[in-house]
Ligand binder design. Structure first.
Ligand code: PMV
Length: 336
């Protein structure tokens, strides 16, 4: 076994919003999804993580900070998943040295805005570099997938990303289009920033027992194809139609799970209804939602100001404006 004195690296990784959702696993151990998924990396929902391997440490140490600088408490199972991911990287690098890890989110944590995706993508990149490994994007995406938060594998490549499910441990996500391909924006309407009570981890397991889940699998190839065509053509209307259809399909699986998962609040429905009205009035904006109450309003750059103004008129004063962004990358400013 090698030893390290203090090798430190810092990575930034974006959360991503799924146009076609990963929901339900074909293999729990390998984190293989039941279906392909497609997402966009979010420029303003990011996690920054510094990992340092330090000989004098007797155990791994992890600290997470919210966007306001407050220290966040994690559940034991959440911390365990972080240290398990570090173990995988230690094994790859033939190390036994313990790590000090500090993470900072620029957006609400655990509120269904994919903070586990950005978190595990940043952790994976920072830890591999700090351990002296030189992983390719493909290898990093695979490693991020194994963290258990499968969608983290989509936060590694650039821009608009597809995760092809695959059937074995080679499953990874690749860029379909770079971030600058399309001026597509995601204005996240924050209607509730409290931490959700049922995590995606539990939700994936319930999905497979929902009878509609099988029908959904049959519907997905057509939706995936239409999303790719819409990306190719930069066609907001086709993209929006499919993405909304997908949101309701995903929502149906959530609601029909036992126990039923209901992440939406009354305000979530108000925003969806309002988006329909604005669209009828000529504003090209569409909704999608992950496993949480907050509404991702998809539109082109020319519509962003109108979308923000309209959100204010219905009492939504907190939102995050994102354009498509690059994937996980190394920066030189460490958090400690
Ligand atoms: O990667 P997980 O286990 O956190 O699950 C992600 C689930 C969704 O965000 C709801 C969908 C997706 O594809 O990102």
């Amino acid at each position: 076994m090698k030893k390290l004195t203090a090798h430190k690296a810092t990575a930034v990784a974006p959360a991503n919003i799924a146009f076609i959702k990963y929901w339900g696993r074909a293999d729990d151990v390998l984190t293989l999804p039941a279906n392909d998924s497609i997402s966009m990396n979010l420029s303003d929902c990011i996690t920054t993580t510094t990992v340092s391997f330090e000989d004098q440490l007797e155990q791994d140490v992890f600290e997470l900070y919210a966007q306001n600088g407050n220290r966040m408490d994690l559940r034991t199972d959440e911390t365990e998943r972080i240290f398990l991911q570090i173990d995988r990287i230690r094994d790859l690098a033939h190390l036994t040295t313990k790590t000090r890890i500090t993470s900072k989110n620029s957006f609400p944590f655990g509120a269904g805005i994919a903070s586990s995706a950005s978190g595990f993508a940043a952790l994976t990149l920072a830890a591999t570099v700090a351990a002296g490994l030189n992983q390719s994007k493909q290898e990093l995406s695979r490693l991020a997938r194994l963290s258990g938060s499968g969608s983290a594998c989509r936060s590694i490549p650039n821009g608009f990303v597809e995760w092809q499910a695959g059937t074995d441990s080679s499953s990874y996500a690749r860029s379909l289009k770079s971030a600058d391909w399309w001026n597509l924006y995601d204005v996240v309407a924050i209607v509730d920033d409290t931490k959700k009570t049922v995590s995606s981890q539990d939700g994936h397991g319930l999905a497979l027992h929902v009878p509609y889940f099988q029908t959904r699998q049959q519907e997905l190839p057509v939706r995936l194809k239409r999303v790719k065509e819409a990306l190719q053509e930069r066609d907001i209307h086709t993209l929006g139609e499919v993405v909304e259809e997908e949101m309701f399909s995903f929502m149906s699986v959530l609601q029909m799970s036992k126990p039923s998962l209901l992440y939406w609040s009354g305000k979530t429905i108000d925003v969806i209804q309002a988006i329909r009205r604005w669209r009828a009035e000529g504003l090209a904006v569409y909704a999608t939602i992950d496993a949480g109450p907050n509404v991702h309003c998809l539109c082109e750059r020319s519509a962003v100001d109108s979308v923000c103004n309209q959100l204010r008129t219905i009492g939504v004063s907190s939102f995050i404006v994102n354009h498509a962004s690059e994937g996980a990358h190394i920066i030189m400013d460490h958090l400690f």
